[in-house]
Design a protein. Structure first.
Length: 261
């Protein structure tokens, strides 16, 4: 697959930041036993990766704005283009030495996501998509799974945690979905969860209370792999509401019936 110039610059920046993140991940296990613990170290690793992404993307596309998880909004001179960046999606996993985390970078043009890259450096799985041009993992074309019936489906989700989200509502949703499906999984990196729906590993996914940087690139991956994506009210307003529900057309319809009021 010949990658566009845009995807090439995104991939180069992501791979550079990933080298730094991977080096630091190798250190985390040693730090587990230290007194101070690895939390400060991990937030430094996170900020370092973000600084690399910011520097690389600004160098190749001067003027584009940024929405960065750690540094917030940085206005560009170009009013149309914004990079949406999560330098480390799956921080809790990273901190615990669990190799399920990713760098997620999306490009928003006006109010549309036009390109997305999600990279898991430990599995060396590079997911890319460009609007209208399909989604790929390591140059292989992605298609969402074709399973139609929920009893055959493995569904991903995000579980609210300490001080975050509506725990009672989630418990109800979980109970509703677990009665109908082959299994529910919580992997802890929303960008990869969406990439896994795009690749067909997961048949569907739902989560609330996400931020734009958790999902911007992943939403495009799912759509470009032929999936259906809405927020938890069935609308195309995922970035504003922070909620997402997706799968192939049938799975999306069946999950919507269970979860959308
Ligand atoms: C988190 C992950 C996780 C999701 C959380 C996010 P972070 O991002 O995507 O899967 O459930 O809501 O905050 O904090 O690791 O970048
Ligand atoms: Ca995140
Ligand atoms: Ca993060």
């Amino acid at each position: 697959m010949a990658r566009s110039a845009l995807l090439n610059v995104m991939v180069d920046a992501v791979r550079k930041a990933a080298r730094s993140l991977t080096r630091d991940f190798g250190e985390v296990e040693n730090l587990q036993v230290s007194h101070k613990g690895p939390a400060d170290f991990v937030s430094a690793a996170d900020r370092k990766a973000e600084a690399i992404l910011r520097e690389e993307l600004a160098r190749v596309r001067p003027g584009y704005g940024f929405l960065l998880e750690e540094s917030g909004v940085i206005e560009g001179t170009d009013p149309v283009h914004t990079w949406i960046v999560d330098p480390l999606d799956g921080t809790t996993n990273f901190l615990h030495g669990i190799p399920q985390f990713a760098i997620s970078v999306a490009l928003q043009k006006n109010d549309q996501i036009v390109a997305g890259v999600v990279y898991n450096p430990i599995m060396d799985e590079l997911y890319v998509a460009e609007r209208g041009a399909g989604a790929f993992v390591n140059d292989r074309r992605l298609r969402v799974a074709t399973r139609r019936d929920l009893p055959e489906c493995v569904i991903g989700t995000g579980i609210p945690f300490l001080g975050h989200g509506d725990h009672a509502r989630f418990a109800g949703e979980m109970q509703t979905v677990m009665r109908e499906v082959a299994g529910i999984r919580r992997f802890g990196s929303a960008s990869l969860d969406l990439a896994w729906v795009a690749s067909g590993r997961l048949d569907g996914f739902w989560e609330r209370d996400l931020k734009p940087w958790d999902m911007a690139a992943g939403l495009l991956l799912v759509r470009e792999a032929g999936g259906f994506v809405t927020d938890m009210l069935g609308r195309d307003r995922m970035l504003e509401t922070g909620s997402v529900l997706c799968g192939n057309e049938n799975v999306h319809k069946r999950l919507s019936k269970l979860l959308l009021g």
